[in-house]
Write a protein of this length. Structure first.
Length: 147
């Protein structure tokens, strides 16, 4: 017969196990230290059902290079989702499309910090920008255009 303590401990362990699995699967992104627009992008991701965490990383450009992002195409934050590199203010819908279509590619990039991109909203001001598909060989093509 189970003791009350063993029963309670077992039930608690079963209750938190699913939450632990979800948290462990949450993709980690890295940003230039103190960049507040990255926090806003993180919120846009969560609102779209793609929760991520954001941590400071002083060597972000070096880390981006390690991930295969060509120099000059870096964003202010970078991470990986389901094996794809995501760099910069990539809209959540473009990430969802990438994950649904599963192209043979390295990931998606939004170089710089275009006004009006997710996390960079400034009223009605919106700069047109492209989301680039980074091929495995380092070449880029336009995956989506936003205006």
């Amino acid at each position: 017969m189970l003791s009350r303590r063993l029963l309670v401990t077992t039930l608690l362990a079963l209750a938190v196990a699913p939450a632990r699995r979800v948290f462990a699967a949450t993709p980690a992104f890295f940003r230039n230290p103190g960049c507040s627009c990255c926090e806003a992008w993180t919120q846009r991701m969560a609102d779209a059902g793609l929760p991520v965490t954001m941590e400071d990383r002083a060597d972000l450009n070096a880390y981006s290079s390690q991930l295969g992002i060509p120099a000059g195409l870096e964003g202010c934050h970078v991470g990986e989702i389901n094996g794809y590199v995501i760099s910069g203010h990539v809209p959540p819908d473009d990430i969802k499309r990438l994950l649904a279509e599963k192209p043979k590619a390295h990931g998606l990039l939004v170089p710089g910090m275009p006004m009006g991109s997710p996390g960079m909203e400034m009223g009605d001001h919106k700069d047109p920008y492209d989301v680039l598909l980074l091929a495995v060989d380092g070449a880029t093509t336009v995956f989506a255009s936003h205006s």
